[in-house]
Design a binder for this molecule. Structure first.
Ligand code: GLN
Length: 533
């Protein structure tokens, strides 16, 4: 029998609702329960795959190849579980499904309406997640804030789930901002009261309120929220500011949030095993050795665009005793003249994934600089394609080498569209997505770091190393160290003559967890730390 926790947001967005939901997941896992998490995004896009990273931040990819909201990255990192397609639901997805059914005649001539047809489809997405995951608890976060017009069908669906199930099987958690008035330190609970009332008007009575604020939510304020929002005082939980996001579950635990949830769900007496998470947090806080990493990309104005890469770098650092400082550097500004200024002081250079022409030449300069100065380099996806272009141009003598994504007519298309991608017109959901195996060559840095000869990693791309150029690239010194033998694709490259120069076609950042940091990120950060002048 699965229990359901629904997390909604009030007052404003961007107050860490995803981290709160993920922290609840962590707490319940540490009480011995199995947990599945879902994010509902009320926008009309089918998924964020074709949305600009400036709009939406990073697109997180699941092992089964769904392109999803970045909150799924928080979920996976906190609960240490691989999520699936079922973890990401949007209005676009729900409507496409309902309209497809309508066209097939599945509704037997009925007038198709938001209630019950759309709400039924939403409920089915929740119940299906429960069935497929067999988890003790499914935690569903509703994106946006209460009161958004597009969120209404989701709120109605979770209201119905509450009334269809026993009260002890469903919990509503509401996260709110408790603001201060500019110029005074006084915290104001009125927006919380309004948000509570708005939820009530949809038939949802929240059980737990999680507050975010600048100052301390005092006993008095807690009592006030409790009184006006009809929740017990112990159900007003403060999400206070922490240095490390992984401290949030500990902060919640100190306020007995896990016991409160278990009591409500009638799951008392679950043992606690929080020690490992606390030990991890304490160890992470001890990491002090500084290391500066330059992240060269084109979406640097919005750091959320690289959130999993950043988190994987930070976590790998904490794990190996380093305090990583990530410097976000706009690739467009890097030229042969400026590269020294931008990157000269970096201990390591990373080029993450990306699309399109803007900034590409700056990235090639960054790879060349790392290579020539022997600064540890780590390329991911586009970052690997960049290094192949750099090596082709500057070491293999193929001066005009390029990727056909940027220059269709290049005489040396060292990176080219994968065969399976030729003739694909639809942009959404059509890349090479999700987990694929990769065989690691003997004597490679990759194999030394992974301690394995075959790995599985997540992909999201259309272009690949052009196999016609394997020989000249090898001759130029590039070690093709990871291959997908079934599909005959190059997945990893290295320069063995260098201290640390490694790049991969897949996205290792998606599988890095704080309690299982990724070997490639660890290797890179350690190399950068050791090279630090
Ligand atoms: N634009 C490149 C491709 O499609 C790289 C994609 C990426 O970095 N995720 O192959």
């Amino acid at each position: 029998m699965t229990k359901f926790i629904f997390v909604t947001g009030g007052v404003v967005s961007g107050i860490g609702k995803g981290i709160s939901a993920a922290s609840i997941g962590r707490l319940l896992k540490d009480r011995g329960l199995t947990v599945f998490m879902q994010k509902f995004d009320p926008y009309l896009n089918v998924d964020p795959g074709v949305m600009s990273p400036y709009q939406h931040g990073e697109v997180f990819v699941t092992v089964d190849g769904a392109e999803t909201d970045l909150d799924l990255g928080h979920y996976e990192r906190f609960i240490d579980e691989e999520l699936t397609r079922a973890a990401s639901v949007t209005t676009g997805k729900i409507y496409s499904h309902v309209i497809k059914k309508e066209r097939r005649g599945d509704y037997d001539g009925a007038t198709v309406q938001v209630i019950p047809h759309v709400t039924d489809a939403i409920k089915e997405a929740i119940y299906r997640a429960a069935r497929d995951s067999q988890a003790d608890v499914v935690i569903t976060e509703i994106g946006g804030t209460v009161g958004d017009i597009e969120g209404l069908p989701f709120l109605e669906a979770i209201r119905q789930i509450h009334s269809e199930n026993k009260a002890e099987d469903v919990i509503f958690v509401h996260t709110v901002l408790v603001p201060t008035i500019p110029g005074s330190d006084e915290l104001k609970t009125k927006p919380t009261q309004h948000s509570f009332k708005q939820l009530m008007s949809y038939g949802i009575k929240t059980d737990i309120i999680i507050t975010r604020s600048d100052g301390e939510v005092t006993e008095g304020l807690r009592r006030k929220i409790s009184l006006f929002c009809d929740v017990p005082e112990e159900a007003v939980i403060q999400s206070k500011h922490v240095d490390l996001i992984y401290e949030v579950p500990l902060v919640f635990h100190e306020q007995d949030l896990d016991s409160l949830i278990l009591k409500h769900l009638n799951l008392e007496d679950q043992p606690q095993s929080q020690g490992h998470w606390r030990a991890m947090v304490e160890r992470f806080k001890e990491a002090k050795k500084p290391v500066d990493i330059g992240l060269v990309g084109k979406y640097v104005q919005l750091e959320d665009a690289y959130i999993s890469v950043t988190q994987a770098l930070l976590d790998a650092g904490y794990d190996t005793g380093y305090q990583v400082k990530v410097h976000y550097i706009n690739a467009e500004e890097i030229t042969p003249e400026t590269v020294e200024d931008y990157l000269g002081a970096m201990d390591g250079i990373i080029i993450p994934g990306g699309f399109g022409e803007r900034g590409f030449e700056g990235m090639v300069q960054a790879s060349k600089f790392a290579r020539e100065k022997d600064i540890p380099y780590f390329g991911i996806c586009l970052g690997m394609q960049v290094s192949v272009v750099d090596v082709a141009r500057h070491l293999a003598g193929l001066r005009e080498a390029n990727t056909t994504e940027i220059e269709a007519e290049t005489p040396y298309p060292v990176i080219d569209l994968m065969e399976q991608q030729v003739g694909v017109d639809n942009l959404g959901g059509t890349m090479r997505l999700g987990n694929y195996p990769c065989q690691l060559e003997e004597d490679s840095l990759a194999r030394r770091l992974y301690h394995q000869d075959e790995i599985q990693e997540r992909h999201r791309h259309r272009y690949e190393v052009n196999n016609d150029y394997r020989a000249p690239l090898r001759k130029a010194g590039l070690f093709l160290s990871g291959l997908n033998e079934d599909l005959d694709l190059v997945e990893m490259v290295e320069l063995p003559s260098h201290y640390f120069y490694l790049a991969c076609q897949f996205h290792p950042e998606f599988s890095s967890r704080p309690n299982k940091t990724h070997p490639l990120f660890r290797g890179f950060v350690e190399a950068a730390g050791q090279k630090r002048k």
